[in-house]
Write a protein of this length. Structure first.
Length: 176
């Protein structure tokens, strides 16, 4: 088994976590924060203030023999709106930016190719940041596996459940 790491964010990490958890080849998904300039380990409250510079992200450990990085990034890019700057729906602020933290030059090149391939699929230009991997800080326990444990909550039903439905419609063959 050839495990690789991918780190990306596109709005609330609860949404992205719920989507990628369902993909064949995904071994582990950790919600957390990356890309900030504030010292120390940030808290959810600090990140939500928008003052730390961190983005809500997920760190995905995946079997590259079962799920390619290209396919993972393509699914990520089509599971949120990569044309919205610093927001996804009602979630607004730099902590909700669309961002991919590449681990190496091969990942960077793959993402650039996916951007080119998908650029015509969106009405507006892709604004997803492509940045070299930075330190990842795991989120607090109550933010882990959030959708699976809270799927009846209003936010989950209104925002995350439609993303899961879209995933099922677009990528049924890629689901566990």
């Amino acid at each position: 088994m050839k495990n690789e790491i991918a780190v990306f964010g596109g709005g609330c990490f609860w949404c992205i976590e719920a989507v990628v958890q369902r993909l064949k080849g995904v071994e582990k998904v950790e919600s957390g924060y990356s890309g900030g300039t504030a010292p120390g380990k940030p808290t959810y409250r600090e990140v939500c203030s928008g003052l730390t510079g961190h983005a809500e992200v997920v760190k995905v450990t995946f079997n590259a023999e079962e799920l390619s990085f290209k396919d993972l990034i393509t699914i990520f890019m089509t599971s949120h709106d990569p044309t919205q700057l610093n927001r996804q729906g009602a979630d607004r602020g730099t902590q909700y930016r669309s961002v991919i933290y590449y681990q190496n030059d091969a990942q960077k090149e793959t993402v650039e190719n996916v951007f080119t391939t998908l650029s015509n699929a969106f009405e507006n230009p892709i604004v997803t940041e492509l940045t070299q991997a930075e330190e990842f800080h795991e989120a607090e326990d109550n933010h882990r596996d959030y959708y699976n444990q809270n799927s009846d909550e209003g936010y989950c039903r209104a925002v995350i459940s439609p993303k899961i439905s879209k995933l099922r419609n677009m990528y049924a063959d890629r689901l566990k």
